[in-house]
Structure formats: C-alpha cells, structure tokens
Design a binder for this molecule. Structure first.
Ligand SMILES: Cc1cc2nc3c(=O)[nH]c(=O)nc-3n(C[C@H](O)[C@H](O)[C@H](O)COP(=O)(O)OP(=O)(O)OC[C@H]3O[C@@H](n4cnc5c(N)ncnc54)[C@H](O)[C@@H]3O)c2cc1C
Length: 358
C-alpha cells in the first residue's frame, strides 16, 4: 500500500493506521509538547513506531517519497526553528531485559523509547548500580548515547556495553560497541557522522551488582557525607536534589539544559585569559589543553541573567537558555548567537552548541 495513494484521506483524518505493521501516521503533528524548550513547531508527518517492524514499514513508505527523516526522542536536546519538513520518527521501543550476570556485573538491555530517568530509578531499585550520577537527566534511553550524556563525573560511555541500531541505508540492524560509537565529550559517531544514519533501537548497559559510588565530582562527596548518605539510592536522591536546586524545570521554564559545550582551548590561550582574570576556572584535558566552563565565559561576557523579550539565560546558570514564555525557536537561536558572538569578541573562543538546531 503506497502512502501517496492515501494523501487525500490524510488531510481529513489525523490518525491513520495503514496496514498491520505500520504505525499511525499523523499529518501536521504538533511538536510543542515534544520539545523541552516548548516552542511551537509542527511535523509534516509524524510516526511513533513501537518495534522494528513498524519502524521499517514507516521508513519504507517514506523512502518512496524521498522525504527527510528526523529522529526525535523527548526533545530535550533539540531546538526547532520552524516546522519540520518530512517525517519525524519518535521511537517508542519499550522493555527492560536482563541479558546476563557474571562476577558482580549485570548486562541489561533497554528499549530506546524508555524514559531515561525512570530507567535509572528502576536500575537503582533492582540493585543494578552505576547510573545514579546520571539521575534526572531528561530524555529517552535511545538518545542517551547520541551525545554520550554525562553529569557529576559519569558518562554513559562508562556504563555502556553495546547498542542496536537500524541502518536505513543498508536496511539492517547493526550492533555497535563503545569503540564503534566513538564516544567523546558530549559527542559520538551519531553526532559527527551523517545525521539520522542510525536509529538506535536498544541500548545495553554493563552495571554492577555491588554498590559503586562515584563521589569525586565537585562538592558531591561533602554533601553526601553531610547528609548521612550511604547507599546508591542515597546518591541518586542527592543528585536529584542538587539538579533541582541548580537547573530550571522545563515543565515550568522551557530549556534544553546546557546550550553550549565547555570549550577546550590551548593552555597558551588560557594563560592569556588568566593574566586578566587570575581566578579563571579550568580543568586539565591533555598536556597542552584545558577545558573552560562555558558558563564562566558567558557570565564574563555580560550575559548572566540577561533577558531579551521572552528569552534569557537562567540567573543561577547562564549556560542554560530559557524560554520565559512565548519565544519562537528563531528568537532563541538569535539570542544564543548574540552570546556566541560576544564570547568570541571578548575571548577569541568559539562556543560550540550542545543542542541540535533543526
Ligand atoms: C533540564 C535539562 C538538563 C539536562 N542535563 C543534561 C546533563 O546533565 N547531561 C547531558 O548530557 N545532557 C543533559 N541534557 C540534555 C538532554 O537531556 C540529553 O541530551 C538527552 O539525552 C536528550 O534526550 P532526548 O530523548 O530528549 O533527545 P532529543 O532531544 O529528542 O534528540 C537529541 C538528538 O538525538 C537524536 N536521537 C534521539 N533519539 C534517537 C534514536 N533513537 N536514534 C538515533 N538518534 C536519536 C535526535 O535526532 C537528536 O539529534 C539536559 C536537558 C535538560 C532539558
């Protein structure tokens, strides 16, 4: 059955199930609730496949029309500038399955559509440890490897075993280990290669059945000890409370977390900055490179708590750009471009976006 033949119907009926194995297809589908910036945008066509068969059917129909395809999780790392042309695929693959257990390690495979934080809560409860520091990060499990999510001293690559992804070009499912994914700081092959080349369907984690507490980041150890923390569940609760204290809740103030990455610069450049700002913060990366907090650069460029119309930086964390009301995606983008230009003018450093703009 060819989608083209049904076009006249599609404009009358929003939800149409084509054939068995084909998910419902929605035309002009609103994405406002599917992006944490909360901006208005519509997908020309939208599908929520629940399994591989449904994913393949919907992609096959679209290949006939040669339309662009965007994979969308929970929209917490994406900014829509306008309506989205072509097909938006929202993978809804569910399920959590223990694959094997060996020598106080456990391998667990999780469907791409599962909610990230609900999975972390479930793993902690089951006694599968190692993800507590990544608590309360918004998004779905399938999106987590895309930018190698990280927080409080842990990245998903530290707990990653392999993932399964559908490759529409070769029309096959590929299994990729950590090396294949080429994880780096907020990056992976999925960000550096052609966008949408792989659609992640499941992620398998290697976790620990004995508590494994990573308390080495910032003030985490002090707060953990001061609060009488002992268990991984306590660490999860601490991380949740720190995040709630520091970051705006997207349900209240639209945002996508850190808008920019922390830039890595040559030590020589950093030393120049230090002559003017002796207290400038940095973290060693390589022998001749350091990472500078983008929030510090943005603050020194005069953008902390600044607001233009409905867009502003979060007063407690200027790296987070907030939609204070009815901002459009373009307004948010323009605002961030002004920040980028000022940081560049002030420090000669080009900030790179962490958020994907489409
Ligand atoms: C308040 C807040 C705090 C945050 N804190 C952190 C943090 O501490 N650390 C951190 O790393 N990030 C953080 N983020 C960013 C974000 O939560 C993560 O990047 C998350 O993994 C994005 O998941 P998502 O499902 O919302 O992805 P989306 O925004 O929907 O998509 C992100 C990218 O992944 C691609 N993608 C999505 N699903 C798939 C799939 N199944 N297969 C292939 N590609 C796919 C999309 O095409 C897009 O390029 C934060 C965001 C917010 C709003």
């Amino acid at each position: 059955m060819i989608l083209q033949d049904f076009r006249p119907f599609i404009y009358f009926y929003k939800n149409i199930r084509f054939t068995s194995g084909m998910p419902e297809l929605h035309r002009h589908y609103p994405l406002k609730k599917l992006n944490t910036f909360g901006v208005e945008s519509h997908a020309e066509c939208f599908a929520r496949p629940e399994n591989l068969k449904e994913l393949i059917s919907v992609l096959n129909e679209y290949n006939r029309e040669n339309l662009p395809v965007l994979i969308l999780g929970k929209g917490s790392n994406i900014l829509f500038r306008r309506d989205i042309e072509g097909l938006v695929v929202h993978p809804a693959f569910a399920g959590i399955e223990k694959v094997k257990e060996q020598d106080s390690q456990v391998w667990v495979s999780v469907g791409a559509g599962e909610n990230w934080d609900r999975w972390v809560a479930y793993a902690t409860e089951k006694g599968w440890y190692g993800l507590e520091n990544l608590s309360l990060i918004p998004g779905s499990v399938g999106s987590a490897p895309i930018q190698n999510i990280g927080a409080y001293g842990v990245e998903i690559s530290d707990r990653f075993a392999w993932l399964d992804a559908y490759d529409p070009e070769r029309k096959e499912v590929v299994r990729m280990n950590g090396e294949d994914c080429r994880f780096g700081y907020r990056t992976s092959v999925f960000k550096t290669g052609p966008a949408g080349r792989y659609i992640v369907t499941r992620v398998t984690f290697r976790l620990h059945t004995q508590p494994l507490l990573n308390l080495d980041y910032g003030n985490v150890r002090n707060e953990f000890t001061a609060g009488g923390g002992q268990t991984p569940a306590d660490l999860r609760q601490l991380i949740i409370s720190i995040r709630k204290r520091k970051l705006p809740d997207p349900a209240e103030f639209g945002n996508a977390g850190s808008f920019f990455k922390n830039p890595m610069v040559e030590k020589a450049i950093f030393n120049c900055i230090r002559t003017e700002f002796p207290d400038a913060p940095s973290y060693p990366v390589h022998d001749n490179q350091v990472k500078i907090p983008a929030a510090w650069l943005i603050e020194k460029a005069g953008w902390k708590g600044k607001r233009i119309g409905h867009v502003g930086t979060w007063p407690h964390q200027p790296l987070v750009v907030v939609n204070y009301g009815r901002a459009t995606g373009q307004e948010i983008l323009d605002f961030t471009e002004m920040i980028r230009a000022d940081v560049n003018k002030r420090f000669g450093i080009e900030l790179e976006r962490e958020v994907r703009v489409v």
